[in-house]
Design a binder for this molecule. Structure first.
Ligand SMILES: Cc1ncc(COP(=O)(O)O)c(C=O)c1O
Length: 425
């Protein structure tokens, strides 16, 4: 489509030919264009039903709901782990639904970060989400070490993206463990996880990834690449709802060892209720759980993962790439001369599920968009993130959003708002 004009008729044809078009009706989306599914995904009818089903199990079975009812709670985390495994290219036993990104990072650092001899350092980057860096620094402190000496953060040349070769240059035998995002939360750059893992393993470094911005947006092959561990949240592309329980992956070669942090849900399930004071850890990633699972914050995920299994993650990725490509092409077609710059990588194999649009009035433009019933996502100081989610965004929605954006900047509608962030942004 590069040189011809993109018209409404053209995008309508794309919608008619879209094999995933029917999934839109599975989601609640009335009266707004939603471009923020990379922060909080929308509620699907399917998730609503699986949550209602767990409530019904509670109503009907009370304590017996742990082992009886529609979806026995005692096995729910493992079941969700198995349902998640195809999205990340893992074996069912390598995945468990538990915790949050931050708490899971603490668990996996407690398990894998064992500074010894000269191998004491952690390799990360300067663009990762703050919570990951806080977790790493506190883990370094926990070992009585100083993050100023023991945390190596690879810099970005342009402030938005990272160069894998620069990351690899920092690898050596002083590094114990590496943690990087799969997709950068601001720019949407997709890192080459396979290349990074291979290089890190050459130096004997344990490799972890934060999949917050890639899980549910694109396929992964974690087992094949040999990634040691990964963490993610489920409230973004996986549509589990606010505070939905996260997940973790541990490569099978590490299974069967004791978790760094233990609790009774780390147990082999058959032994858990023996109530022994000596833990027998599960042989699966289940060993990295701590206490009682948060059933009502997990149940919606079952419905949502059913949708992924029906659609296929490869198809979700294909549509997502077409949506973000259309969005970038339309930005170029309609918004040239209005001070916008696209900061995400343009190549298909280098970008995740959102477009990163830079503008010096980004904060006020986001407020003006909300006034026009478009929900974008602002990231300080100058980023508008637009995520056209494959399940519930049509090509015509993308067209409409760009026209609304054009109307705002053309008529300077953003000027009625302060160009500063709200309490949550
Ligand atoms: C990339 C990334 N890492 C970590 C977090 C923090 O996740 P949690 O609050 O689930 O621990 C987020 C939250 O949005 C995130 O986007």
């Amino acid at each position: 489509m590069a040189n011809s004009l993109i018209t409404r008729d053209y995008v309508k044809i794309l919608d008619q030919e879209d094999p995933l078009q029917n999934f839109k009706d599975e989601f609640y989306q009335e009266g707004f264009y939603y471009m923020d599914g990379n922060s909080l995904g929308l509620l699907s009818r399917r998730s609503e039903n699986t949550l209602a089903s767990s409530l019904q199990d509670w109503k009907q079975h009370a304590i017996e709901g742990w082992t009886e009812g529609n979806e026995p709670w005692f096995y729910m985390s493992e079941k969700i782990g198995a349902m998640t495994a195809p999205l990340i290219g893992a074996k069912p036993e390598e995945v468990i639904n538990t915790g949050s990104i931050t708490s899971n990072l603490h668990q996996l650092f407690a398990t894998f970060y064992k500074p010894e001899g000269k191998r004491t350092k952690v390799l990360a980057d300067t663009l990762n989400f703050p919570s990951d860096i806080y977790a790493i620094k506190s883990q370094i402190h926990w070992h009585g070490l100083d993050p100023n000496d023991h945390l190596i953060q690879v810099h970005s040349e342009d402030g938005y993206t990272l160069d894998e070769d620069k990351i690899i240059e920092k690898m050596n035998e002083d590094i114990a463990i590496l943690l990087l995002p799969s997709v950068l939360y601001r720019s949407g750059q997709l890192l080459d996880m396979e290349k990074i893992t291979k290089a890190a393993h050459h130096y004997g470094i344990i490799v972890g990834f934060d999949l917050a911005h890639s899980i549910g947006a694109l396929p992964h092959r974690l087992s094949e690449w040999g990634v040691d561990f990964a963490v993610w949240c489920t409230y973004k592309y996986l549509n589990s709802g606010p505070g939905g329980v996260g997940g973790l992956y541990v490569n099978e070669r590490h299974l069967g060892n004791s978790p760094g942090l233990a609790g009774w849900f780390s147990s082999d399930k058959n032994k858990q209720f023996d109530m022994s004071h000596d833990l027998t850890p599960a042989e699966s990633a289940g060993a990295f759980q701590l206490g009682t699972p948060h059933i009502l914050s997990s149940a919606p995920l079952i419905g949502s993962l059913e949708l992924f299994s029906e659609a296929g993650i490869e198809n979700v990725r294909e549509k997502s790439l077409r949506l973000t490509r259309l969005l970038m092409d339309l930005i170029q077609q309609e918004l040239s001369g209005y001070g916008f710059k696209i900061a995400n990588p343009s190549k298909d194999d280098r970008r995740g599920g959102h477009v990163c649009l830079i503008h010096e009035e980004a904060a006020s433009i986001c407020k003006a968009l909300k006034q026009e019933a478009v929900i974008p996502d602002f990231r300080s100081p100058n980023v508008i993130r637009l995520a056209p989610i494959a399940f519930y965004t049509s090509y015509e929605d993308v067209y409409e959003v760009v026209l609304l954006l054009k109307d705002i900047v053309k008529n300077e509608k953003q000027k009625q708002f302060k160009n500063e962030r709200d309490i949550i942004a």
